[in-house]
Design a protein around this ligand. Structure first.
Ligand code: NAD
Length: 392
């Protein structure tokens, strides 16, 4: 099959196996060019391991720290007629590279919110690793089935308290326009916290601890985005922000509850980047395109892999990491500092349909977006017939 990108709105509905492998290879190459992790975790569980920040963290743990990694993801297997999802191909490429490097890697594909999946992971840890030293929680999902009640909760991306009108960029129509977002009601806030808050992270740690598979001095982290004024109305102070606040509650509870194994639980704040999750959030494509331009000019531009590498070296495995008031590891300072934000804000107020492509680095945004699905790599032959049925 010859595979070309099929873009529908903010999502690409297919993926290229060789391009996804290239994406994984480039990230592996990056970490191999950095100094190896000094005090690295040796057995790592990554929940949400197939794309974005979870994949990057897994790559750093394995290829910089030589860790054995167990991944969890929710991806679609390819058929003869339909490609798999990007996360499927990324995982296949990760496994291939890990095997070549004689590194243990196993990935379990299924619903991480379910108890059955947690049981499968515990069985795999007991059989293959004994215990784990690091649990990374990097899920981004629009819905979650509560394993106790069976109820399915859906998240919403809405402001809280009052209507909010702002600029956005429609990637599909190449248009900068105003959007008005209606405020969320209490149910929508509650449901978003149910999906993206700390409840499931807590359930994971509880199940792993009860099974005796968390090593002494184990660490765990979940990821958040905090941002600044420009994104607060739709992110930080919105429904998703409430869910992220709940991660702070969960982290404090985990630190308190699992003192017997000296568990360190952190929320890590990462910078805004193009991932499958962030491209679905109104305002983000415009904000990120402007931010890319500013940060590239400042020489501070980073992708998932650079962030994940710094998180492990300067944060999680640093002997004295700097924490903010809420005990969070902050990897987002190069984006959220006042000087950088002021530059982005100036552009934000100037940007219109006519000057968008001059003021914003949409080229980089679009390139990153295509790369997520394995497209847009100059060294991949997209006219070649490829078999989509890649296995792992
Ligand atoms: P992503 O969409 O690239 O990755 C999500 C991962 O979750 C994938 O591996 C997917 O397979 C997995 N997943 C989703 N639902 C699942 C389920 N039910 N069961 C098992 N696996 C499932 O997302 P991302 O942008 O890398 O986000 C990961 C985390 O990082 C999120 O908490 C997000 O809020 C946070 N974060 C993202 C950004 C950003 O700009 N993208 C910035 C800061 C923090």
């Amino acid at each position: 099959m010859v595979i070309k990108p099929k873009i529908r709105g903010f999502i690409c509905t297919n993926a290229h196996p060789e391009g996804c492998a290239e994406n994984v290879q480039r990230q592996i190459k990056y970490v191999q060019q950095q100094p190896a992790l000094a005090s690295a975790p040796k057995r790592v569980l990554v929940i949400g391991s197939s794309t974005g920040y979870g994949l990057a963290t897994r790559i750093v743990a394995a290829f910089s720290g030589q860790a054995q990694t167990l991944g969890v993801c929710f991806e679609k297997e390819p058929t003869e007629k339909r490609t798999g999802t990007a996360g499927w191909y990324n995982t296949a490429a990760f496994h291939q590279a890990a095997e070549k490097a004689s590194l243990y890697a196993k990935t379990i594909n299924g619903d991480a919110f379910s108890d059955e999946l947690k049981d499968q992971v515990i069985a795999a840890i007991k059989a293959d690793l004994g215990q784990v030293d690091l649990v990374v929680y990097s899920l981004a999902s629009p819905k979650r089935k509560d394993p106790e009640s069976g109820e399915v909760f859906s998240s919403t991306l809405k402001p809280i308290g009052k209507q909010y009108t702002t600029k956005t960029y429609d990637t599909d129509k190449d248009k900068v326009h105003d959007i008005t977002l209606e405020p969320a009601n209490d149910d929508e806030i509650y449901n978003t916290v149910k999906v993206m808050g700390g409840e499931d992270w807590g359930r994971w740690i509880k199940a792993l601890h009860a099974a005796g598979v968390l090593a002494a001095d184990c660490k765990t982290t979940a990821y958040t985005y905090i941002g600044k004024q420009l994104t607060w109305p739709i992110y930080g102070h919105a429904t998703i922000g409430k869910a992220k606040e709940d991660l702070d509650r969960a982290a404090a509870a985990l630190r308190h509850q699992y003192q017997d194994i000296n568990l360190s639980a952190y929320v890590s704040s990462l910078k805004a980047l193009v991932t499958q999750a962030s491209s679905a959030i109104p305002v983000m494509p415009l904000y990120i395109s402007l931010m890319y331009g500013v940060m590239k000019e400042e020489g501070t531009h980073e992708g998932c892999i650079e962030q994940a590498y710094r998180l492990l070296t300067e944060g999680l495995y640093h002997p004295a990491p700097s924490l903010d008031d809420a005990h969070r590891l902050r990897m987002d300072g190069k984006e959220t500092n006042d000087a950088t934000q002021a530059k982005i804000e100036t552009l934000w107020h100037q940007v219109t349909q006519d000057n968008f492509h001059e003021l914003a680095d949409y080229k980089q945004y679009h390139q990153d977006f295509l790369n997520l699905f394995g497209f847009g790599f100059e060294n991949v032959d997209y006219d070649k017939d490829v078999d989509p049925r890649v296995k792992w």
